[in-house]
Design a protein. Sequence first.
Length: 132
Amino acid sequence: AASYLSQALALEPRNAVLWKHLAECHRVRRRPGRAAACLKNSLKISPKDTQARLAYAKMLEMKGQLKAAEHQHKLVVKAVPQAYSAWLDIANLRQQAKDCPGAHFAIDQAAAIAVASHPDVLYSRGFVQLLE
């Protein structure tokens, strides 16, 4: 699949969807560096694609680039203010970086959004759960 996508990209290098599909091929093959490069190309073409941005953040995290991953999540939160899951990802990144106050802040942000938009959310500091 990757070779076919590469051939298609040779014909259509400005096709963000093809770049995302090629990134997925690399992700499945456990090549986060190549996947990140493909997603970066996709985002150059389609910078408002939040799904590509979240996938890019995950690849950066897998590469150990926590600050860069957090920056991508912050861009998602700026573009989609109700994206509380992006705040949870930021909390996880800050926890990995041993920044407990930053992680608590991010969890509080996620909870405030989640509780406001989903009345079925149970919240306590450090724990957000959607109730069935």
